[in-house]
Design a protein around this ligand. Structure first.
Ligand code: SAH
Length: 228
Protein backbone atom coordinates (compact mmCIF):
# COMPACT_ATOMS: atom_id res chain seq x y z
CA UNK A 1 0.00 0.00 0.00
CA UNK A 2 1.25 3.42 -0.96
CA UNK A 3 0.49 6.34 1.36
CA UNK A 4 1.45 9.97 0.81
CA UNK A 5 0.76 12.50 3.53
CA UNK A 6 0.77 16.16 2.52
CA UNK A 7 1.69 18.39 5.44
CA UNK A 8 3.47 21.55 6.55
CA UNK A 9 5.09 19.51 9.34
CA UNK A 10 6.62 16.35 7.81
CA UNK A 11 8.89 15.75 10.81
CA UNK A 12 5.86 14.93 12.93
CA UNK A 13 5.58 11.68 10.99
CA UNK A 14 8.99 10.39 12.08
CA UNK A 15 7.28 8.55 14.92
CA UNK A 16 5.78 6.16 12.34
CA UNK A 17 9.27 4.69 11.97
CA UNK A 18 8.81 2.95 15.33
CA UNK A 19 7.20 -0.37 16.26
CA UNK A 20 4.72 -2.14 13.96
CA UNK A 21 4.46 0.73 11.42
CA UNK A 22 8.26 1.10 11.30
CA UNK A 23 8.63 -2.62 10.63
CA UNK A 24 5.99 -2.51 7.86
CA UNK A 25 7.78 0.43 6.22
CA UNK A 26 11.18 -1.31 6.45
CA UNK A 27 9.73 -4.47 4.93
CA UNK A 28 8.20 -2.50 2.06
CA UNK A 29 4.62 -3.46 2.95
CA UNK A 30 3.93 0.22 3.41
CA UNK A 31 5.40 2.72 0.99
CA UNK A 32 4.99 5.78 3.21
CA UNK A 33 6.19 9.34 2.62
CA UNK A 34 5.37 12.66 4.26
CA UNK A 35 5.55 15.40 1.62
CA UNK A 36 6.27 19.01 2.65
CA UNK A 37 3.62 21.27 1.10
CA UNK A 38 5.88 24.29 1.71
CA UNK A 39 8.27 23.11 -1.03
CA UNK A 40 5.50 23.84 -3.54
CA UNK A 41 4.82 27.42 -2.49
CA UNK A 42 5.22 29.93 -5.32
CA UNK A 43 5.62 32.72 -2.77
CA UNK A 44 9.15 34.11 -2.44
CA UNK A 45 9.03 33.56 1.34
CA UNK A 46 7.50 30.08 0.88
CA UNK A 47 4.35 31.32 2.60
CA UNK A 48 1.49 28.79 2.69
CA UNK A 49 -1.18 30.62 4.69
CA UNK A 50 -3.06 33.91 4.70
CA UNK A 51 -5.82 35.73 6.59
CA UNK A 52 -9.40 34.60 5.91
CA UNK A 53 -11.61 36.57 3.52
CA UNK A 54 -14.55 37.92 5.47
CA UNK A 55 -12.43 38.32 8.60
CA UNK A 56 -12.21 36.15 11.68
CA UNK A 57 -9.47 34.65 13.77
CA UNK A 58 -6.44 32.72 12.55
CA UNK A 59 -4.93 31.85 9.21
CA UNK A 60 -6.10 29.70 6.31
CA UNK A 61 -3.82 27.49 4.20
CA UNK A 62 -3.63 28.86 0.66
CA UNK A 63 -4.80 26.84 -2.34
CA UNK A 64 -1.77 27.16 -4.65
CA UNK A 65 0.90 25.12 -2.77
CA UNK A 66 -1.61 22.34 -2.02
CA UNK A 67 -2.91 22.28 -5.60
CA UNK A 68 0.60 22.09 -7.06
CA UNK A 69 1.70 19.48 -4.52
CA UNK A 70 -1.27 17.21 -5.30
CA UNK A 71 -0.78 17.70 -9.06
CA UNK A 72 2.86 16.65 -8.69
CA UNK A 73 2.31 13.65 -6.39
CA UNK A 74 -0.82 12.36 -8.13
CA UNK A 75 -0.93 13.71 -11.72
CA UNK A 76 -3.23 10.93 -13.00
CA UNK A 77 -5.53 10.86 -9.97
CA UNK A 78 -4.53 7.31 -9.01
CA UNK A 79 -4.77 8.02 -5.29
CA UNK A 80 -7.87 8.24 -3.16
CA UNK A 81 -7.43 11.81 -1.98
CA UNK A 82 -8.55 12.36 1.57
CA UNK A 83 -8.67 15.61 3.55
CA UNK A 84 -8.39 15.11 7.31
CA UNK A 85 -11.22 17.24 8.68
CA UNK A 86 -13.52 17.48 11.70
CA UNK A 87 -16.35 17.81 9.17
CA UNK A 88 -15.55 14.46 7.55
CA UNK A 89 -16.96 10.95 7.86
CA UNK A 90 -16.09 9.51 11.26
CA UNK A 91 -13.28 6.91 11.21
CA UNK A 92 -14.47 3.45 12.29
CA UNK A 93 -13.30 -0.16 12.23
CA UNK A 94 -15.38 -0.67 9.08
CA UNK A 95 -13.90 2.36 7.31
CA UNK A 96 -10.35 1.24 8.23
CA UNK A 97 -10.99 -2.20 6.72
CA UNK A 98 -12.36 -0.69 3.54
CA UNK A 99 -9.48 1.80 3.18
CA UNK A 100 -7.03 -1.09 3.62
CA UNK A 101 -8.19 -2.46 0.25
CA UNK A 102 -7.16 0.76 -1.54
CA UNK A 103 -3.74 0.72 -3.26
CA UNK A 104 -2.88 4.42 -3.11
CA UNK A 105 -3.98 6.82 -0.39
CA UNK A 106 -3.20 10.54 -0.18
CA UNK A 107 -3.91 12.29 3.13
CA UNK A 108 -4.01 16.08 3.20
CA UNK A 109 -3.40 17.64 6.61
CA UNK A 110 -4.84 21.08 7.28
CA UNK A 111 -3.46 23.39 9.94
CA UNK A 112 -4.43 26.70 11.58
CA UNK A 113 -8.09 27.47 10.67
CA UNK A 114 -8.11 24.95 7.83
CA UNK A 115 -7.68 25.03 4.05
CA UNK A 116 -9.08 27.30 1.28
CA UNK A 117 -12.32 25.56 0.26
CA UNK A 118 -11.53 25.85 -3.45
CA UNK A 119 -8.59 23.43 -3.35
CA UNK A 120 -10.78 20.93 -1.50
CA UNK A 121 -13.50 21.34 -4.16
CA UNK A 122 -10.94 20.90 -6.94
CA UNK A 123 -8.83 18.03 -5.63
CA UNK A 124 -10.31 16.07 -2.73
CA UNK A 125 -12.38 12.86 -2.99
CA UNK A 126 -13.48 12.49 0.62
CA UNK A 127 -13.04 13.90 4.11
CA UNK A 128 -12.36 11.85 7.23
CA UNK A 129 -12.62 12.90 10.87
CA UNK A 130 -11.14 10.97 13.79
CA UNK A 131 -13.77 12.28 16.22
CA UNK A 132 -15.96 15.16 17.28
CA UNK A 133 -13.26 17.48 18.58
CA UNK A 134 -10.90 19.93 16.91
CA UNK A 135 -7.17 19.27 16.62
CA UNK A 136 -4.63 21.99 15.80
CA UNK A 137 -3.68 20.14 12.65
CA UNK A 138 -4.52 17.08 10.58
CA UNK A 139 -1.15 15.43 11.28
CA UNK A 140 -2.18 13.46 14.38
CA UNK A 141 -5.41 12.47 12.64
CA UNK A 142 -3.48 11.27 9.57
CA UNK A 143 -1.20 9.19 11.80
CA UNK A 144 -4.26 7.59 13.35
CA UNK A 145 -5.52 6.70 9.85
CA UNK A 146 -2.12 5.34 8.72
CA UNK A 147 -1.79 3.16 11.83
CA UNK A 148 -5.37 1.88 12.04
CA UNK A 149 -5.68 1.20 8.30
CA UNK A 150 -2.31 -0.48 7.79
CA UNK A 151 -3.06 -3.02 10.50
CA UNK A 152 -5.48 -4.54 7.97
CA UNK A 153 -2.89 -4.69 5.19
CA UNK A 154 -1.69 -8.27 4.68
CA UNK A 155 1.57 -8.97 6.46
CA UNK A 156 1.68 -5.76 8.54
CA UNK A 157 0.76 -7.62 11.71
CA UNK A 158 3.17 -10.47 12.39
CA UNK A 159 2.05 -14.07 12.77
CA UNK A 160 1.60 -13.72 16.54
CA UNK A 161 -0.48 -10.56 16.12
CA UNK A 162 -4.00 -10.46 14.80
CA UNK A 163 -6.77 -7.96 14.32
CA UNK A 164 -9.46 -10.63 14.32
CA UNK A 165 -10.05 -10.87 18.07
CA UNK A 166 -9.55 -7.17 18.74
CA UNK A 167 -12.16 -4.77 20.03
CA UNK A 168 -14.77 -3.87 17.35
CA UNK A 169 -13.69 -6.72 15.03
CA UNK A 170 -16.91 -8.58 15.85
CA UNK A 171 -18.87 -5.66 17.22
CA UNK A 172 -17.62 -6.38 20.77
CA UNK A 173 -14.89 -5.11 23.06
CA UNK A 174 -11.98 -7.44 23.67
CA UNK A 175 -11.72 -9.58 26.82
CA UNK A 176 -9.11 -8.54 29.46
CA UNK A 177 -5.55 -9.71 28.89
CA UNK A 178 -3.04 -11.03 31.45
CA UNK A 179 0.60 -12.06 31.32
CA UNK A 180 3.27 -13.26 33.79
CA UNK A 181 3.52 -13.34 36.78
CA UNK A 182 0.43 -15.33 37.86
CA UNK A 183 0.05 -13.07 40.90
CA UNK A 184 0.80 -9.32 41.11
CA UNK A 185 0.21 -7.13 44.18
CA UNK A 186 -2.18 -9.79 45.51
CA UNK A 187 -4.20 -9.93 42.27
CA UNK A 188 -4.35 -13.35 40.61
CA UNK A 189 -4.75 -14.23 36.94
CA UNK A 190 -8.12 -16.03 36.57
CA UNK A 191 -7.50 -19.80 37.07
CA UNK A 192 -9.19 -20.74 33.79
CA UNK A 193 -6.42 -19.00 31.82
CA UNK A 194 -3.74 -21.13 33.52
CA UNK A 195 -5.23 -24.58 33.02
CA UNK A 196 -4.61 -24.92 29.26
CA UNK A 197 -8.19 -25.98 28.47
CA UNK A 198 -8.80 -24.02 25.29
CA UNK A 199 -12.54 -24.63 25.16
CA UNK A 200 -12.89 -23.26 28.69
CA UNK A 201 -10.60 -20.33 27.90
CA UNK A 202 -12.62 -19.48 24.82
CA UNK A 203 -15.86 -19.60 26.83
CA UNK A 204 -14.37 -17.40 29.55
CA UNK A 205 -13.13 -14.83 27.05
CA UNK A 206 -16.43 -14.68 25.16
CA UNK A 207 -18.30 -14.16 28.44
CA UNK A 208 -15.89 -11.41 29.57
CA UNK A 209 -16.08 -9.76 26.19
CA UNK A 210 -19.91 -9.70 26.37
CA UNK A 211 -19.84 -8.47 29.99
CA UNK A 212 -17.42 -5.64 29.18
CA UNK A 213 -19.30 -4.58 26.06
CA UNK A 214 -22.57 -4.51 27.99
CA UNK A 215 -20.98 -2.44 30.75
CA UNK A 216 -18.80 -0.03 28.76
CA UNK A 217 -20.33 0.16 25.27
CA UNK A 218 -23.94 -1.05 25.32
CA UNK A 219 -24.44 0.91 22.09
CA UNK A 220 -22.34 -1.70 20.25
CA UNK A 221 -24.62 -4.59 21.13
CA UNK A 222 -26.89 -5.70 18.32
CA UNK A 223 -24.90 -3.69 15.83
CA UNK A 224 -23.65 -5.77 12.97
CA UNK A 225 -19.92 -5.17 12.59
CA UNK A 226 -20.22 -5.79 8.86
CA UNK A 227 -22.87 -3.19 8.19
CA UNK A 228 -22.01 -0.35 10.59
N1 SAH B 1 -11.72 25.66 11.50
C1 SAH B 1 -11.94 24.25 11.34
C2 SAH B 1 -10.96 23.43 12.16
C3 SAH B 1 -9.54 23.61 11.73
S1 SAH B 1 -8.49 22.65 12.70
C4 SAH B 1 -13.37 23.90 11.80
O1 SAH B 1 -13.85 24.54 12.73
O2 SAH B 1 -13.97 22.97 11.24
C5 SAH B 1 -7.05 22.55 11.69
C6 SAH B 1 -6.89 21.28 10.90
O3 SAH B 1 -6.82 20.17 11.76
C7 SAH B 1 -8.01 20.97 9.93
O4 SAH B 1 -7.78 21.61 8.71
C8 SAH B 1 -7.94 19.46 9.81
O5 SAH B 1 -7.02 19.07 8.80
C9 SAH B 1 -7.37 19.03 11.15
N2 SAH B 1 -8.37 18.47 12.09
C10 SAH B 1 -8.87 19.10 13.18
N3 SAH B 1 -9.72 18.33 13.82
C11 SAH B 1 -9.78 17.16 13.17
C12 SAH B 1 -10.50 15.94 13.36
N4 SAH B 1 -11.36 15.78 14.37
N5 SAH B 1 -10.29 14.93 12.49
C13 SAH B 1 -9.44 15.08 11.44
N6 SAH B 1 -8.74 16.22 11.21
C14 SAH B 1 -8.90 17.23 12.05
Amino acid sequence: MKIRVLTLFPKMFECLNESIMGRAIKRGLLDFKAVDIRNYSADKHMKCDDTPYGGGAGMVMTAQPIYDCISDIDPKHEFVRIYMSPKGERLSDKLCRSLATVDNILLLCGHYEGVDQRVLDLCIDREISIGDYVLSGGELAAMVVVDSVSRFVDGVLGSGESHEDESFSNGMLEYPQYTRPPEFMGLKVPDVLLNGNHKEIDKFRKAKSAELTEKLRPDLIGRNAETE
